[in-house]
Design a protein around this ligand. Structure first.
Ligand code: ADP
Ligand code: ADP
Length: 226
């Protein structure tokens, strides 16, 4: 049973009375523990697909299934990491990371311990009490990743997470993400328009065709990990 099964998903937006077909008949399965990169030209519907999987918006056709259950809204089992971090600016690093466990009503001590563990995991021990505006871009993205992990996500959805970072920071975060992925057995669905990034990170690269966003299974490339 795949963790994620996207079946015949279509999405048509309406903008000023005009219909915009962003996705048509998208099919994709992801197995537990896989690191899948979704690549394709800008505008081909990658973000749309990710948002549908995240439950941020409903598909116009077809459905996304998590463990065989239709996605019908956001849930902590699917955490999203955005290019622009999406941190709460009024919360410290520790509080941002502890936000999910706290929202789920875990006991205070468990929230504290979980936040501590993930603050340390992403190397931000010294910055636990800093606010997002006091952090570099790379550090902010570490917080965003830790926040998803602390919330017990089975799958992390990443929408060009390193797109706003300089090349050196990006490479370091790619290494760190792979390291976390190998240690935690996380499942990752990672959107990028960079073929280099996809080949470096992925178990499997899925190419989306330009146009109305069809995912062609025959375009899948299985890559051996070095
Ligand atoms: P990608 O992530 O591959 O760049 P997107 O999923 O962002 O592609 O966009 C796919 C298409 O859908 C584009 O033509 C875009 O303009 C359109 N689109 C995306 N989001 C919306 C929206 N909220 N309303 C209207 N059109 C949208
Ligand atoms: P990253 O590569 O993660 O974006 P930087 O290269 O910007 O991090 O930062 C390198 C180091 O500089 C950090 O590990 C941190 O110790 C320190 N640093 C970065 N930004 C700040 C800041 N706003 N205040 C204090 N120290 C900082």
């Amino acid at each position: 049973l795949p963790i994620l099964d996207v079946r015949g998903v279509g999405k048509t937006y309406e903008l000023n009375g005009q219909k915009i077909e962003a996705l048509r008949d998208a099919n994709l399965t992801v197995k537990k523990g896989e690191f899948v990169c979704l690549i394709g030209a800008s505008g081909c519907g990658k973000s749309t697909l990710l948002r549908i999987v995240a439950g941020f918006e409903p598909p116009s056709a077809g459905q996304a299934l998590m463990w065989d259950k239709p996605v019908d809204g956001p849930a902590p089992d699917r955490g999203m990491v955005f290019q622009d971090y999406g941190l709460f600016p009024w919360l410290t690093v520790r509080q941002n990371i502890g936000f999910g466990p706290q929202s789920r009503g875990l006991p205070k001590q468990e929230v504290r311990d979980t936040a501590e563990r993930f603050v340390n995991m992403v190397g931000l021990t010294r910055f636990a009490d800093a606010y997002p505006h006091q952090l570099s871009g790379g550090m902010k993205q570490r917080v965003a990743i830790a926040r998803v992990l602390a919330n017990d996500a089975d799958m992390v959805l990443m929408d060009e997470p390193f797109g706003a970072l300089d090349a050196m920071t990006r490479e370091r975060l790619q290494d760190e993400l792979l390291d976390i992925w190998q240690r935690t057995k996380l499942t990752v669905l990672f959107v990028t328009h960079s073929i280099e990034e996809a080949i470096f990170l992925a178990d499997r690269v899925v190419v989306m065709e330009p146009g109305p966003g069809r995912i062609a299974s025959e375009h899948r490339i299985e890559l051996p990990r070095p």
